[in-house]
Ligand binder design. Structure first.
Ligand code: BYC
Length: 466
């Protein structure tokens, strides 16, 4: 592992002069983008960050104070397995591909570009949050997430430059030109164009949207295109922290809300400076529905083609499945016909987006159970909306459903949507609570402190030297 090269890497960049030159040309543009679109302010502050120093499962991370622009962005792939074989699809058991299979070049480039695009997009969405952090611990976690998303962009740009020639280089340039929420040059997937401008949004985003990242990366980590698989495998080790930030972040807001509800003996805790459960529920509905869109259509020939070609597998393909061909079998998907929900049998390979979405929902339900434990004392529960609710992609887009997934008319949806999705007033109320707390050991009144700090340090530790 070459940690001290201009572009730290474990892919022998030193020996591949063409690739190194191309990436070194991209590097200053990346830094320009980071300065323009990365966290606003704080660039000269020392942050207690984790940095990759190895790619081994244990001991890959080193913790120390770093200024964000000096973070070790680089290219780290999990070590190759000897004699690795394609793990699923029509080429099951054949040696893994070291180059992009010709007939799938465009499709694979699109997957890599789509994955890549989400990384800078999320940094852009979160750009202003540092100014309203609830504690130094949370501020540090925000920046950790941001620099790692930056590194994930590097991971994908390495693939584009290394394996897709000239159009890969052009795509890499465009990744620095699109902007989250900009109508003229938006990010590719809609969840990444939504504003994420308060900390409840941030926690819901890292809970639900980053979790889509976990499932997409897991499916790509199974890929028979070995450089993609090894890249995603290492990204996943970093991703776990982002999910912890989201799940415990929402959990800590719920915990504080429950505490204030008990104190006030009422659901309305606005006057005490807490976020009512009804607003937390609406943020869950909003981010879950946008994140469900990220899995693509329920019935998808793309997903079937990718699986057949051995390029995109299922979650834990090797661990959980015995039949890696998935040629047989059907999956039942509720679809809309003549204004009614009916069930359609779909060949399994065409339903793999939906299969992955199901795994994801089960994982969200697990977190929901944890949050609900905190609410037992106040006799209320949070829930996940039905997967058909508020969808913009796939079978359910263009139709209207209530929170339980029953089909309703557009007029009915419009008249009830303020009960289900955050209103302008809800957002303004949450925004009104977002005053920064930056004294070590102190925390904002709308969120509970974490159960433990980072890397054995206490909550009171000075995670960012302001
Ligand atoms: N928005 O067969 P279909 C993360 C298009 S998050 C707009 O249903 P497919 C992160 C599609 O392009 C993880 N368009 O879907 C999180 C196609 O167009 P054409 C990001 C969409 O292709 C937080 C048509 O609809 N990673 O890492 O099987 C912070 C029919 O497509 C959408 C990935 O997404 C959409 N949501 O699957 C930081 C992995 N969905 O061909 C980071 C890479 C579909 O008719 N991406 N369409 O013109 C993929 O694997 C796939 O592109 C998708 C879609 C899963 C997104």
């Amino acid at each position: 592992m070459d940690l001290y090269a201009r572009i730290p890497n474990n892919v022998n960049l030193n020996e591949d002069k063409r690739l190194r030159r191309a990436l070194e040309k991209w590097l200053p543009n990346y830094l320009d983008w980071w300065r323009e679109m990365g966290p606003d302010g704080f660039q000269e502050k020392e942050v207690y960050l984790r940095t990759a120093v190895s790619v081994e499962a244990d001991g890959w991370a080193h913790f120390d104070y770093v200024k964000m622009p000096d973070y070790r962005w680089g290219i780290f792939l999990k070590p190759a397995e000897k004699d690795a074989k394609v793990g699923f699809g029509d080429n099951y058991g054949m040696p893994v591909y070291q180059e992009v299979p010709g007939e799938f070049r465009n499709a694979l480039r699109r997957i890599v570009v789509t994955q890549a695009d989400t990384e800078p997009a999320s940094v852009e969405q979160q750009r202003q949050l540092g100014k309203t952090c609830p504690s130094l611990y949370d501020l540090r976690n925000l920046f950790q997430v941001n620099v790692e998303e930056g590194r994930h962009l590097w991971a994908m740009v390495y693939l584009l430059h290394g394996y897709f020639g000239r159009d890969g280089r052009e795509e890499a340039d465009e990744l620095l030109q699109r902007r989250s929420g900009n109508p003229d040059k938006p990010r590719i997937l809609q969840a990444f164009n939504q504003p994420c401008d308060d900390w409840l949004n941030f926690f819901a985003f890292t809970m639900f949207t980053d979790r889509d990242g976990k499932y997409q990366l897991s499916a790509l980590a199974e890929s028979g295109f070995e450089p993609l698989a090894r890249t995603c495998q290492f990204m996943l080790t970093e991703e776990a922290h982002h999910l912890m930030v989201g799940e415990t972040g929402v959990g800590r807001v719920v915990q504080r809300t429950a505490q204030l509800m008990k104190e006030a003996n009422s659901d309305d805790i606005r006057e005490l400076g807490g976020i009512p459960l009804s607003i937390i529920q609406k943020y869950i509905n909003y981010w879950l529905s946008y994140s469900l869109d990220l899995f693509g259509g329920e019935i998808s020939s793309n997903s079937a083609d990718f699986f057949a070609a051995g390029l995109k597998g299922r979650f834990k393909e090797q661990e959980k499945y015995e039949d890696h061909f998935a040629r047989e079998g059907f999956f039942t998907i509720p679809v809309i016909q003549d204004g009614k929900i009916i069930e359609r049998e779909v060949p399994l390979r065409n339903a793999l987006n939906e299969v992955l979405r199901g795994e994801y929902i089960a994982d969200c339900e697990r977190a929901m159970k944890r949050w609900n434990k905190t609410l037992e004392d106040v006799n209320t529960q949070l829930y996940l909306p039905n997967r058909r609710f508020h969808r913009h992609v796939g079978e359910y887009s263009g139709h209207f459903f209530d929170i339980e997934g029953n089909i309703i008319t557009e007029t009915e949806f419009e008249s009830r949507k303020d009960k289900w999705l955050p209103t302008t007033e809800d957002r303004e109320f949450v925004q009104s609570l977002m005053t920064p707390v930056t004294e070590p050991g102190k925390i904002a009144g709308w969120i509970a402190p974490p159960q433990s700090g980072i890397k054995g340090k206490p909550f009171e530790f000075e995670y960012v030297r302001l």
